[in-house]
Design a protein around this ligand. Structure first.
Ligand code: DMJ
Length: 480
């Protein structure tokens, strides 16, 4: 009896926010089975939470891009709404068989007129809106949805009409005029992810429209980055769209470069292209050669100087937690598992990931946490690929911690500071697209969703591999 009480007490402490480091002393550890049983959740629980959060969006923020769950209101990214949350939510609702809700979004998408006189950030709307529209089409095969996706894609294309082929930061959906990050004609600088995270969605759009122009524009932008690599083979992190000069000489896996690498690998899985595959293989070698380092017995990926390879900062942003998934899918399980262990260790320090952690200084640089999915995504891939229970246990723990820190009376909220767990009035659109989806697919029956059948875009919109026939890919995408 005594040992049961100790075990229950211990589990309670272990799962509370900020738990693990602080509470190690004076407590007998419960057996692994006790932790797992207590932390385990099922697919129905996540589905219920998705429905609850989605209903809150509809009640308080319908017509806006984003739900503000504490003030029970909404806000728009630009002067007019693009409806970003619905586009991000569709594929998760559909996968959960929440058909009525998914149908509402399909109808909303059909009512959408993209002729909006607003400048939109090309990178963000590509992964969320174009990715979301294509996911609706992939699921429904509704031709009118494809027309909406083609219309939207056509409105993004003028951004790629630059001297280098690298897209401008923003484009006006109505006029096709472009703008830098500081306004029209000003600050024509983009980070590497904004420059070259298009192969996947533009490849799908080319496939379904049978028009290679989208994939070719994405490929040109990707090659423009790769061809400007340094003498030691690394790309930089910020580039001038018109001159093609690097404006900063750092190189890393973190936010700002992350999805450039992600798409070099993933796009090639759907649409085999020898040129892109070669760029990926080359880049992966450089990542392992220059970014990877063992520090205090753990595997990290540092920020380095693109010309010398010298480490300039020992930091990690929570976005880089996507990389164990890529390593695992690529087949490099040794590095994937080491990298995942490091992420899980950071999670245990705080009970959530801070936006940026400095591993040399062992301190936080940015303490906010915004319900991001990447660590769950990687644990999910690792569980699927290795079959090891410990990765599912990590996911259980992440859910329990996220629930206890971020669940509020209508949905979920972000955190201002992981050290105090002060709440922040924001629910990012990717929470619907990614975070809840990864929690769900990690535990749902294989006959409802089989990991092996899909490739996710960087916003976790899933695309069924069998929808893309090898015999058509070269022609539709213009691959030699
Ligand atoms: C998502 O919008 C995408 O995954 C993007 O590539 C970077 N990460 C955010 C969520 O954290």
């Amino acid at each position: 009896m005594k040992s049961i009480i100790i075990a229950i007490l211990t589990v309670t402490i272990l799962v509370s926010c900020n738990s693990s480091e602080k509470n190690k002393e004076n407590i007998d550890k419960p057996t692994k089975d006790v932790i797992v049983d207590t932390l385990a959740y099922d697919a129905d629980e996540i589905k219920t939470e998705m429905l609850r959060s989605w209903s809150a969006y509809k009640e308080y923020a319908w017509g806006y891009d984003v739900l503000l769950p504490l003030s029970k209101s909404g806000y728009n990214w630009y002067e007019e709404s693009l409806g970003i949350s619905p586009f991000d939510a569709y594929s998760t609702l559909a996968l959960m068989a929440l058909d009525k809700e998914a149908k509402e979004i399909e109808e909303y998408a059909l009512s959408k007129d993209w002729d909006q006189d607003i400048y939109v950030q090309v990178f963000e709307v590509n992964i969320r809106i174009l990715g979301g529209l294509l996911a609706i089409y992939d699921d429904t095969k509704n031709k009118e949805i494809l027309e909406k996706a083609i219309d939207f894609g056509d409105r993004l294309l003028p951004a790629f009409d630059s001297p280098t082929g690298i897209p401008y930061h923003s484009v006006n959906l109505k006029t096709g005029k472009t703008s830098g990050n500081l306004g029209e004609g000003k600050g024509n600088i983009v980070n590497t992810a904004q420059a070259a995270t298009y192969l996947f969605e533009f490849g799908i759009l080319s496939y379904y429209s049978k028009d290679p122009k989208y994939y070719q524009a994405a490929k040109k932008a990707t090659k423009a980055i790769f061809e400007r690599k340094s003498e030691i083979g690394l790309p930089g992190d910020f580039i001038h769209v018109e001159t093609g000069e690097w404006t900063n000489n750092w190189s890393y896996l973190q936010a700002g470069m992350d999805s450039y690498y992600e798409y070099l690998f993933k796009s090639n899985l759907l649409f085999p292209d020898p040129e892109i595959e070669e760029i990926w293989e080359y880049s992966l070698e450089k990542i392992n050669q220059y970014y990877a380092e063992e520090y205090n017995g753990k595997q990290f990926y540092a920020c380095v100087n693109m010309h010398t390879g010298e480490i300039v900062k020992r930091s990690m942003s929570l976005y880089d937690a996507f990389f164990p998934a890529i390593q695992a899918l690529h087949g490099d399980l040794e590095n994937a598992e080491k990298n995942m262990a490091t992420w899980d260790w950071v999670w245990d320090k705080y009970g959530l990931l801070p936006t940026r952690y400095l591993y040399e200084a062992d301190s936080i640089e940015y303490a906010n946490s915004e319900l991001n999915p990447e660590i769950i995504e990687s644990a999910y891939y690792l569980h699927e690929i290795t079959g090891k229970q410990k990765y599912l246990d990590m996911i259980y723990k992440y859910w329990k911690d996220m629930k206890s820190c971020c669940r509020n009376n209508v949905a979920f909220n972000s955190i201002e500071d992981v050290r105090t767990m002060k709440e922040k009035d924001h629910l990012a659109t990717y929470f619907f697209a990614e975070t809840l989806k990864y929690f769900y697919v990690a535990v749902v029956d294989k006959n409802k969703f089989d990991f092996n059948d899909y490739i996710f875009n960087t916003e976790a919109h899933p695309f069924k591999k069998s929808n893309f026939k090898q015999e058509n890919i070269k022609k539709y995408l213009g691959i030699n």
